[in-house]
Ligand binder design. Structure first.
Ligand SMILES: [Zn+2]
Length: 318
């Protein structure tokens, strides 16, 4: 019988080794985020005022939830990407969206997963507080998807050896194959990505067009881990036509944690997004409002992306 790895052991694992994910999108951005932000109580105060302003601004843009088609009245505001992916309770200004209660709370598990996954960047040293939060997220996900921790961290030395070969990873002196910092993507990740990626796509689309995707919009996404990047399996589709918005809070650049490039059509009914979370994972997504053009656009995007090994969603999923 396989023993369930103790939290303590993979905690040490995460802490003392650099973590690469097995098969993931990697980030197009190589900017390495090492700076951990200091915040004073004064700045926190300003932050709260800013958050209230962000709420007002979100409701001013739409009275309706932007995530479920635009006919349900928004009763909450939703931070997207979720706060879980950012360090030190500092999330970017402006990314606050009107949402109904059901859309807001419906991504809780998916947000936890994305928060955990986004920290799997081998180039950063997590602050202690962040590390503890990450463990909590994992434990809570493991409760709703029992076996998750074992599945993610319980790869055998033989499995790791084969992954390491694929990724051309070398062991350090004294390191065994079992010690290699490889985390396996659990099966449940797909269902969480099926919530997270579409929600994020709709949020970013709204951010740049002020248009709410209808409930029959076509949406397709692909995601990749940093291991996919190391294997050269990430499509390079960005060109100069893509916008590159700044992502910041109080003039502090947060693009090392989350950044994206985008293209939207003039009528605001099509969008293409390339979204990176640290050097951990990446999403490419396409959305179209008009079912008549959905097939064509999705087909083009698919041709560009599917030559690569990616995790993909079902076609046309919203
Ligand atoms: Zn909704």
């Amino acid at each position: 019988m396989t023993q369930r790895p103790r939290l303590q052991s993979f905690a040490a694992h995460l802490r003392y080794h650099k973590g690469n994910l097995e098969r993931t999108i990697s980030v197009l951005i190589t900017w390495k985020h090492r700076q951990h932000l200091m915040h004073t109580s004064k700045q926190m105060g300003q932050g709260r005022i800013k958050d209230q302003k962000a709420r007002d601004l979100a409701f001013a843009k739409s009275k309706h939830c932007i995530f479920c088609g635009g006919s349900v009245v928004a009763t909450t505001v939703d931070h997207y990407p979720p706060r879980a992916v950012f360090h030190d309770n500092r999330w970017p200004e402006g990314y606050v969206f009107p949402a109904c209660a059901s859309c807001n709370s419906g991504s809780r598990e998916a947000d936890n997963w994305a928060g955990f996954l986004s920290m799997m960047d081998p180039n950063i040293n997590q602050p202690e507080s962040q590390f503890e939060k990450n463990l909590k997220r994992l434990k809570s996900l493991d409760q709703t998807s029992p076996g998750l921790i074992r599945e993610s961290f319980g790869s055998t030395a033989i499995e790791k050896k084969s992954m390491a070969r694929r990724l051309r990873m070398n062991r350090e002196l004294g390191q065994t194959y079992a010690d290699l910092p490889l985390v396996k993507i659990p099966v449940a990740a797909q269902k969480w990505m099926d919530v997270f990626a579409p929600k994020l796509t709709k949020a970013l689309h709204f951010e740049h067009t002020n248009r709410i995707p209808p409930s029959n919009a076509g949406l397709q996404y692909w995601w990749f881990t940093n291991a996919n990047q190391l294997e050269g399996n990430v499509p390079q589709i960005i060109n100069n036509d893509f916008g590159y918005p700044s992502v910041k809070r109080a003039n502090v650049d947060l693009s090392g944690q989350f950044n994206y490039r985008y293209q939207v059509s003039n009528n605001g009914e099509m969008g293409l997004f390339v979204i990176g979370f640290r050097f951990a994972f990446m999403i490419i997504s396409a959305i179209t409002f008009d079912p008549a053009v959905t097939e064509r656009v999705i087909r083009q995007a698919r041709a560009a992306v599917e030559a690569y090994k990616a995790y993909d969603s079902a076609p046309g999923r919203v």
